[in-house]
Design a protein around this ligand. Structure first.
Ligand SMILES: CC(C)(COP(=O)(O)OP(=O)(O)OC[C@H]1O[C@@H](n2cnc3c(N)ncnc32)[C@H](O)[C@@H]1OP(=O)(O)O)[C@@H](O)C(=O)NCCC(=O)NCCS
Length: 398
């Protein structure tokens, strides 16, 4: 099937939204407004068939927190192909070309949320972070940590905007790999609170925790009110919590778990090492489930390796295979330099993506057949070099 591909233009937005609404079986003016707010036409690739827009991929320009630093990254988004043109290679063409564009722009990696993980692995994306959701029966769970003092303030999210900004530790102490930079526009996007996003719950609310050093954390949530013959059984729907001190973390959760007339607290964007597990008397009642989070594709191995920190084994050598970018194939040390020394482990580019944010397990990837130990002790060295004390997490869908 013939199709042509070109870089996007501002005037494409209406057709792009129409394509995405059809592809995602969704239609709402609210969501269209949000897409318009953040659309970056010059980063889009559109596929046309005789004048009809039949495929699209886009990217946002944001920074990504990685272990020990931040990198510019292509935040891939708005991927869709018309139902009449599916499985003809259009997504393959534009997603591959997009990775080259991201590399050419100097960004070492691309990240995305997948509608279905199986779509992206063939392009070299690896599962770099997992998302843990919670559904807590609040009558069954008590915090074992005594109250810390400090002060919790609550209000509609937008009215606390300046405090949220202060409490978001992107790229500094308290931040985590996977966090994304937020410009004013991205704060607008995060706090938009459209009717479509509420899904029957109340408005977007926030709490902030003030400690000795000022705002030390915040949480964003909505409350869904519900009653039955036995009385109130509302649900607190927490989008995410962010805390740069242990006191902030504990007091945010103490507030959320104690909101009157509610019986359940759910958390959408949690990390797999959520300290709540070690802070309650009945961890099983947190009813945790884990799914895939951010997928990451390293497009420039030397600069990606150079940009992050490693807790140990600085002299590790890895042998990388990348079928798309020849320059990524070969042996590298952790400073990103190409070396001739024998490698400790061999892995393909998607396994490197899975390890890059510090959450993947080299040992698990080895068992899964995605990483090979090349010398005795190489696997253990790779495992500890790439692992990071804080599990990566992503706080918002983009
Ligand atoms: C996902 C989507 C963009 C794929 O577009 P496409 O043009 O049909 O993809 P391609 O023809 O390039 O497919 C390339 C390969 O990926 C596979 N593939 C594509 N989408 C897949 C899916 N959803 N599930 C499983 N495999 C898929 C194809 O079978 C093909 O494999 P093959 O080469 O072995 O035959 C399109 O189906 C779509 O718009 N889906 C709905 C919206 C969506 O999920 N977007 C992704 C947002 S994160």
């Amino acid at each position: 099937m013939p199709f042509s591909v070109r870089v996007g233009e501002p005037g494409d937005i209406d057709q792009v939204i129409e394509l995405l609404f059809t592809a995602f079986h969704e239609r709402s003016d609210d969501m269209a407004e949000l897409e318009r707010m953040v659309f970056e036409p010059q980063r889009s690739l559109v596929a046309h068939d005789e004048g009809e827009l039949v495929g699209h991929t886009g990217a946002f320009t944001r920074d990504l927190e990685v272990p020990g630093g931040t990198i510019p990254a292509g935040f891939v988004t708005m991927v869709g192909v018309a139902g009449t043109h599916r499985r003809k290679g259009i997504a393959s063409e534009i997603l591959t070309r997009q990775l080259g564009d991201i590399r050419d722009s100097g960004e070492p990696a691309a990240v995305l949320w997948a509608s279905e993980g199986r779509i992206y692995q063939r392009f070299g994306y690896g599962l770099a972070s997992r998302r843990m959701g919670l559904s807590i029966d609040t009558r069954e769970v008590r915090l074992t940590r005594p109250p810390a003092g400090g002060r919790v303030r609550a209000g509609l999210a937008d009215t606390l905007r300046k405090d949220l900004f202060r409490g978001y530790p992107f790229g500094r102490a308290g931040g985590r790999p996977g966090y994304a930079s937020r410009t004013e526009t991205w704060w607008d996007f995060l706090l938009a609170d459209k009717a479509r996003q509420r899904q029957g719950a109340g408005p977007l609310r926030a709490i902030v925790y003030d400690g000795p050093s000022g705002v030390e954390g915040y949480a964003l949530y909505r409350v869904q009110s519900e009653w039955d013959t036995a009385g109130p059984k509302g649900e607190v729907k927490v989008q995410h919590t962010v805390a740069s001190t242990p006191e902030a973390y504990a007091e945010l959760w103490r507030f959320l778990l104690g909101i009157d007339l509610t019986r359940t607290v759910s958390l959408v964007y949690g990390s797999v090492d959520e300290p709540l597990f070690d802070m309650v008397n009945e961890p099983r009642q947190l009813s945790a489930h884990v799914v895939d989070g951010l997928w990451l594709r390293v497009v420039d191995v030397p600069s990606a390796l150079r940009a992050r920190a490693y807790p140990s084994h600085q002299n590790l050598v890895i042998e990388v295979k990348d079928d798309l970018f020849e320059a990524n194939t070969g042996r590298f040390d952790l400073s990103g330099a190409r070396v001739t020394a024998p490698a400790d482990v061999a892995l393909d580019i998607s396994a490197l993506g899975a390890l890059y944010l510090g959450g993947g397990s080299a040992a698990a990837l080895c068992t899964a057949g995605r990483l090979t130990e090349l010398r005795p002790g190489g696997l253990a060295a790779a495992h500890s070099a790439f692992t990071w004390p804080l599990a990566p997490t992503a706080l918002e869908m983009f």
